[in-house]
Ligand binder design. Sequence first.
Ligand code: MIG
Length: 745
Amino acid sequence: MYPVRFEEARVTDGELWLTGPVFTARVQARGPAWRVLVFQRPEDAEKGSFAVVENERAPLHYAEGRVSASDRPPLDLTLEPFSFAFAGLRFPGLYARPLGTWADHAGFFDPTGLLSPPPPAEGRPLGGGFALVLEEAPERRYFGLGERTGFLDKKGRRYTFWNADAFDYEPHTDPLYQSQPFLLAVDGAGAAGLVLDETWRLVFDLAKADPRLSRLETPGPTLDLYLLPGPTPAEVTENLTRLIGPPPLPPLWALGYHQCRYGYASQAELEAVAGELEAHGIPFSALWLDIDHMEGYKVFTLDRHRFPDLKRLAQRLEAKNAKLVAIVDPCVKKEPGYPVYEEGHALGAFIKSARGEEVVGEVWPKPAVWPDFTRDEVRRWWGRLHRFYLENGVAGIWNDMNEPSAFALEGLDAPERTLPPGALHGGRTHAEVHNVYGQCMSRATFEGLLALAPERRPFVLTRAGYLGIQRYAWVWTGDNKSSWVHLEMSVPMLLNMGLSGIAFAGADIGGFSEDADPELVLRWTQLGAFYPFMRNHAAKTSRRQEPYAFGEPWTGKIAEAIRFRYRLLPYVYTLAEEAARTGAPLMRPLFWHFPEDETAYSVFDQFLFGPALLVAPVTRPGQTHRSLYLPRGRWQHWWRGTLYEGPGWITVEASLEEIPLFLREGHAVPLTEPRAAKTAFFEPLYFRAFPEGQSRGEVYLDAGDGHDPGTRYEALVNVERRAFKGPRGARAFIQTKEGNVIWLD
Ligand code: MIG
């Protein structure tokens, strides 16, 4: 690789162009960020994005190596060799491999056409590749990177961006299912972010190979970089959201409790699950249909023997304000006469090999082909197919296996469990668009649902995605395990996903593979009551782990944790509405609200749920106490009423009934009765306030679905004056140390 050099800098139309012997760079003040696009082929000057939706540009100014524009720190450039600095981040070098020739790759020639290198573009294969070097600071920490195993701070490891069917992942597995090439860097100079908006297989080495340097690599022909200002972590994520768009406001039911299991194999079984939940007084908002609902694993079919009248079940659930969600995998069974295959084939919708034939492999359906969701007409076709599920009473769609996962290709085991890099998506290779395959599928699903039922808010859950996935789908963390380690790890995973734009996510409560025990399910449900997406799900061969599976004394306690989620729903919904405007995640690392607190950056197993609550889950069996950190200010133990003063570490008792939960001074939390309600005009509506001084709370109320604007109300509580001012019909209370509830009105 050679250092990239530029010889000339020129401002044209409010943008800066750098030109050199091989490469050109285009610098824009784009939305809140700086964009630096380095390329070789003229057509790449107009490179598009699957992530960025912000197109507004501020005019920039360039003088003596400094680029400036309104509302952001300047960007300092050196042309030869190219290096730059922004907001305390120094990039001392950019290295590149100029685009090769066909001859350079001749050694890879593969007569089957399946594994051959990308086809030549203008006589040259795609390729090239860049490595961007970032100078390290010893005190710097890294966050973001989307869905990753490990603890909160991501420094010291090497991360690959290549969506993978990471079945049975462990605490060191990398990569997982998602690719969010976003990095949040925090050090003495404050926080700043970067996005490497490249969909190829990227590698970020964060001070691993060399503690003095980090290295970001892309194998593609361009380097498309965005630099995001802070100066706090929260502002970096909010600026990221301006760039890639916020998630839409979900329907209220999506924020309730979801019951799933790989294996619900008949309508009768689902009815039995609903019956058990009802019998135990457990509110729920959705039951889920996994792959067993299909006939021969053919998507958009229903086995009519086992599911004779799904619509009737849907209606029965609707009366309880609960819904059905069905899984839709991308792989289409290649079977003559099967309409989905025939239509897709006629449309030329399926991914092709370099020989121009459909790539055929195996997943659940055998043989299977894969739609090319990167193309508009394929997404529109796929979206329309969802009419089938809507007509059968299904309200939400679950996208799985969309990394995409392939068990076999052309009858042989698929070595990477995915499609060959040379497979073709129109003019692009799979190597280029692999990481956006799942995102494009969920986009097709989201847009299809919106077109078919414009009066509803679509609900889509996905396993795979790229930066920006939140615009189309919620995310769950795939095939975790029924183990305490996975319960604990879900916290830093979801926190970093939230910082990376994915406000709505969850891990399978109770764990997917292996066998859960009742204490694990109880503690996990208590934690899951604070996941944005609260779903209990298990694998086919796992022991049953529904809330009622273990009997008493467990069922009652698990039910209470689920009921607590429903009590908290006005608060959860209000946070959801904020996320839909600003991207602020619901689960927030302590440093989100306490950026000046050094300790807040290293606490990985606690979090803030919105601004008002601090949650410290029990993460080991048999634990009756938990040590935890409280940032500055006063905090009230939610269950016991005791007041604590931070900053500092405390140890609290955590009986099986309680997850350590604290109310922050100055805050009031809206609550309601524990039931699956139809609308988000919550009734009754209460505010629980901090027991001393003044507290402020907010609640967002609307129809819970549809697109009519709602209203955000403020509640002000003054305990000394026993005064409460809030939305009409609402009441406020405080809880004392003795456990007394005192009403204020
Ligand atoms: O190869 O549809 O992560 O949630 O239950 C397993 C069956 C396929 C993987 C998903 C899991 C789902 C399962 N799927």
